[in-house]
Write a protein that binds this ligand. Structure first.
Ligand code: UT7
Length: 323
């Protein structure tokens, strides 16, 4: 008898404002054609003034709770993956807890930048299999538009805002790879690569700062490390790439998504792609893709999914789960 963390509900929220590539042509020396060709992005959503990460996260959480048929006080823990919390502290997760009207349990943030949701899922899984929680709300939410240097064309065209959430619940299972729920996780980081992708502000500087990225280098690491971590997670679960129904990757760049799928020998018709509509929403990208993929009718109960992500740190990892 094995305890598994099984998906009970999923939901997402995107801010109303849709920003097409053409809007950037007036700000920096770029073109819709370049952005589409080099990244696959066509549009992204930006949060309204005064709308913060915890607001987006709360909307996604409400959608996931409704999908699960649960209310906030049915939840034992909230884990929010974000690198753009409303304030330095308290954790944005506690703001979500209050906004949901949840009067019990505990809530905290996880910060692993674009890999944040994979780290948060792994963390939630550990809480559930160790018996510390029965139901965990795992959210990825970001307002990366607030970290953009609007004079840097190599970064400002790539990112967007949004949120996605899953409700995970403990379920007694057979302990085989046919079980529903999280089957394996693989987490990695290497702090020697700090300078490839970082924000040049924080408590040490007294200002929020801007995102700085060596795009080409991050790209090179991504292609190599994402397929590697996905293979490792599948190995741990005793599964192989040909058994995968859907890769649900971090949505940073269509060329990275295609390169990783190719290395895994999984055809693109088994990859959930949302990068054209959302841009790179960092820790929100995987739960957004899970929710949109489910709504599109792509992801169905019993499907075998692999999620994989890489971002600042560098930090990267993957989770294998059966929907
Ligand atoms: O989610 C966290 C992880 N982040 C990522 O995964 C992002 C990884 N990196 C990437 O997605 C890609 O490297 C980028 C989309 C950022 C860039 O694509 P690239 O094919 O690596 O382009 P590049 O950086 O080699 O730049 C090619 C050219 C350069 O001009 P020169 O030096 O060849 O004259 C850039 O200055 O494109 C230029 N360029 C632009 N041109 C028009 C850079 N940004 C732009 C732009 N519009 N927005």
């Amino acid at each position: 008898m094995t305890i598994r963390a099984v998906v009970k509900g999923v939901g997402h929220y995107l801010p109303d404002r849709v920003v097409p590539n053409s809007e950037f042509e007036a700000i920096v020396d770029t073109s819709d054609e370049w952005i589409r060709a080099r990244s696959g992005i066509e549009r992204r959503h930006f949060a309204a003034e005064g709308q913060n990460t915890s607001d987006l996260a709360t909307r996604a959480a409400q959608a996931a709770l409704a999908d699960a048929g649960l209310v906030a006080d049915d939840i034992d823990a909230i884990i929010l993956a974000t690198s753009t919390p409303d304030l330095t502290f308290p954790a944005a997760a506690t703001m979500v807890q209050a906004a949901l009207g949840m009067t019990r349990g505990f809530a905290y943030d996880v910060q692993a930048v674009c890999a944040g949701f994979v780290f948060a899922l792994s963390n939630a899984n550990a809480l559930i299999v160790s018996g510390q929680a029965q139901r965990v709300l795992v959210i990825g939410a970001e307002t990366f538009s607030r970290l953009m240097n609007w004079k840097d064309r190599s970064t400002c065209v790539l990112f967007g805002d949004g949120a996605g959430a899953l409700v995970l619940e403990a379920a007694t299972s057979a302990g085989t790879s046919a079980d529903r729920g999280i089957l394996s996780t693989d987490l990695n980081s290497d702090g020697r690569y700090r300078d490839l992708l970082y924000v040049n502000g924080g408590v040490s500087t007294g200002s929020t700062g801007y995102l700085v990225m060596e795009g080409k280098e991050v790209f090179r690491h991504a292609i190599e490390k994402l397929a590697e971590t996905a293979h490792r997670a599948l190995d741990k679960a005793g599964l192989t790439p040909d058994q995968v129904d859907w890769i649900v990757p971090h949505q940073a760049n269509i060329r990275i998504i295609e390169g990783t799928a190719k290395r895994m020998q999984v055809p693109m018709d088994r990859v959930v792609v949302t990068v054209q509509d959302h841009g790179n929403t960092s820790a929100a990208s995987i739960p957004l893709a899970l929710s949109v993929g489910r709504d599109r009718g792509q992801i169905k109960p019993g499907d075998l999914l692999v999620t994989e992500a890489i971002g600042g740190g560098l930090a990267w990892g993957s989770v294998v789960l059966r929907w």
